[in-house]
Design a binder for this molecule. Structure first.
Ligand code: ADP
Ligand code: MG
Length: 578
């Protein structure tokens, strides 16, 4: 194969351009990104090797090796490597939704004229960050199990080249041809300096599970057989390979020794997030099953949380060794927004996904984690309302969906979740829990009143609201179609039934209302013919025409049939069927 030239995909060009011309000053994170890619590639190979030992080609000492030279810095790994298709796919296009989101954020920030220069640092921008420090990047790589190696090269100018080459060891070697500001003793950012490099590894990549090594050359005089230095001999060069990282994963360390910043950095980096998490759970359990879990609730919900392309799930490790990404079988679907990992010696490394799903240990861990998360949420609701409301704004929908989807899957999510739900109330227009609503019900009030509508103003304008307002009865606004599904699933709270004021009879409990209702019924009887006439004129557009005592100043109102779906649910169904 002769050397071929390819164009980067448009979005990649955009990102590259940003890297090359970035005014952003935190260049050093490039090393973290490249090391993390190397570690990912070793993870992948290791995982493959569990079922296909031959793929290792006898090379079982996983390692990421750094080699500084006069003008270059080289990062090598003996991970999975890439073939031609992988190179085109992975280094030519941006498939990762995180990077797209990053570009959008950046654009947003630029449009609002407040370019957040820290954005790049917060975001895992990955491989392309190499172009912040390198004029040219060369990637030499061979995929484990395949014969042909390839050389990929680019100067970040919109194109890259590919050609075949030789590489005896599988894995990837990345050579950074550093820009003139980034090498040499006179440079303030000298990425060929061993002290600088080892400092960066300590700072950003200490917990990487594979040794990150570098060769140190020392000159000393040889020693004699007794270990005494031979003073008149010339100095000899000795090469010593040192491991720069402690390889201790963050989650295995003591909670009390971990700084909040370390958790946050880990979260962003491990899960490609750019915002601090709003909640961190770090738990160790011993007993029936032993595990450590490090879970996070991201600062905001991803835009695709409720779409089918969103992949929920936690990372699984066994004795700190990566088993799988996105394991969905740990947490219930209503906690799909939780990110994190579980490390347990009780999970077997050599297990297939199918067997893992049935694993008793996994189920036990999942149940414990669910309990922990719900407990923390309940505590937050009680102790830090503002924080809980922020959580609710991002993830409330997920819990509401959980309440009614539980009915279909046979889990009793109602009892678990009903006290964590918030609804907008007509009282002060604030969010309230069902407990709060019931706690301040009026004497004699038997029902929890709610109204469905597209917004608060629309509900407030409903004629039915007037009667409740007059009686100072609190109404919960159901503004999201899922609210009503959730309420239907709950049925009643603390013995009080939910009652839609836009559905059937208002059915208020006070005598005045009952009296008026009786009057209206009498009136209806005596006006039977009139109502029939009206129904005939309107025809099939309505199911029935009735006289009502739920009107005060309005002349007419539409109500849903008590037995049929409510108006909002009809709208929701109509929307779903479109
Ligand atoms: P991310 O790591 O978030 O996927 P990057 O931009 O860092 O995004 O890397 C893009 C892709 O390039 C990776 O997903 C991986 O498939 C591939 N890649 C990068 N570095 C290596 C490497 N050292 N070995 C094998 N594949 C790599
Ligand atoms: Mg990466």
């Amino acid at each position: 194969m002769a050397k071929e030239t390819f164009e980067f995909q448009a979005e990649t060009k955009q990102l590259l351009d940003l890297m090359v011309h970035s005014i952003y000053t935190n260049h050093e994170i490039f090393l973290r990104e490249l090391i993390s890619n190397a570690s990912d590639a070793i993870d992948k190979l290791h995982y493959e090797s569990l079922t296909n030992r031959d793929i290792l080609e006898g090379d079982t000492a996983f390692e990421i090796h750094l080699t500084p030279d006069a003008h270059t810095l080289t990062i090598s790994d003996n991970g999975l490597g890439m073939n031609k298709e992988d190179l085109v796919q992975n280094l030519g296009t941006i498939a990762k939704s995180g990077t797209k989101a990053f570009l959008e954020k950046l654009k947003e920030a630029q449009d609002s004229d407040s370019t957040d220069k820290d954005l790049i640092g917060q975001f895992g921008v990955g491989f392309y960050s190499a172009f912040m420090v390198a004029d040219t990047v060369t990637v030499v790589t061979r995929k484990a199990g395949e014969k042909q190696a390839y050389k990929w090269e680019s100067s970040g100018d919109g194109t890259y080249s590919l050609e075949e080459c030789e590489k005896p060891k599988h894995g990837t070697t990345i050579i950074l041809h550093l820009g003139k500001d980034f090498y040499g003793d006179k440079s303030e950012e000298n990425y060929t300096d061993q002290m600088t490099i080892s400092g960066l590894v300590k700072k950003y990549s200490d917990y990487i599970r594979y040794p990150i090594t570098m060769d140190y050359v020392t000159k000393e005089k040889p020693k004699d057989a007794d270990g005494k230095t031979i003073e008149d001999a010339p100095e000899e060069e000795k090469v010593e390979t040192r491991t720069l990282n402690s390889m201790q994963p963050l989650w295995t360390r003591n909670k009390s020794d971990i700084k909040p910043e370390e958790y946050k950095d880990f979260f962003k980096h491990q899960f490609y997030e750019w915002e601090d998490p709003m909640e961190i759970f770090h738990t160790k359990a011993e007993g029936a099953v032993e595990y450590t879990a490090l879970l996070f609730i991201p600062g905001s919900a991803p835009f695709n949380l409720y779409y089918t392309d969103y992949e929920a799930g936690l990372q699984l490790y066994s004795r700190h060794v990566f088993i799988m990404d996105k394991c969905k079988d740990l947490l219930p679907d209503y906690l799909r927004f939780v990110k994190g990992l579980v490390d347990s010696p009780d999970l077997s490394l050599n297990i297939s996904r199918e067997l893992l799903q049935q694993s008793r240990e996994l189920k036990l861990i999942g149940r414990n984690l669910e309990k922990n998360i719900l407990k923390t949420l309940a505590r937050t609701l009680e102790k830090d309302r503002a924080k809980y409301e922020k959580f609710w704004a991002e993830y409330g929908k997920s819990l509401k969906i959980g309440v009614y989807s539980g009915m279909m899957t046979g889990e009793n999510n109602v009892d678990k979740l009903k006290d964590l739900l918030l609804f907008m109330s007509s009282k002060d227009g604030k969010l309230c829990t069902l407990k709060e609503y019931v706690g301040r019900m009026k004497d004699g009030q038997q029902k929890i009143y709610f109204a469905t509508g597209k917004d608060r103003a629309a509900i407030d304008a409903m004629p039915q609201m007037e009667l409740l307002r007059d009686r100072d009865l609190e109404v919960l606004y159901m503004l999201d179609p899922v609210d009503e599904f959730a309420v239907q699933a709950i049925g009643e709270y603390d013995g009080k039934k939910f009652h839609s004021i836009s559905q059937g009879d208002l059915d208020l409990d006070d005598d005045e209302y009952k009296e008026e209702k009786k009057k209206a019924e009498d009136l209806a009887k005596s006006n039977e013919d009139l109502l029939k006439d009206i129904k005939e004129v309107i025809g099939d557009k309505v199911a029935d025409v009735r006289l009502s005592n739920r009107l005060k100043s309005g002349a007419v109102c539409l109500v849903a049939d008590a037995a049929g779906p409510s108006i909002a649910m009809e709208q929701a169904f109509a929307a779903a069927n479109n």
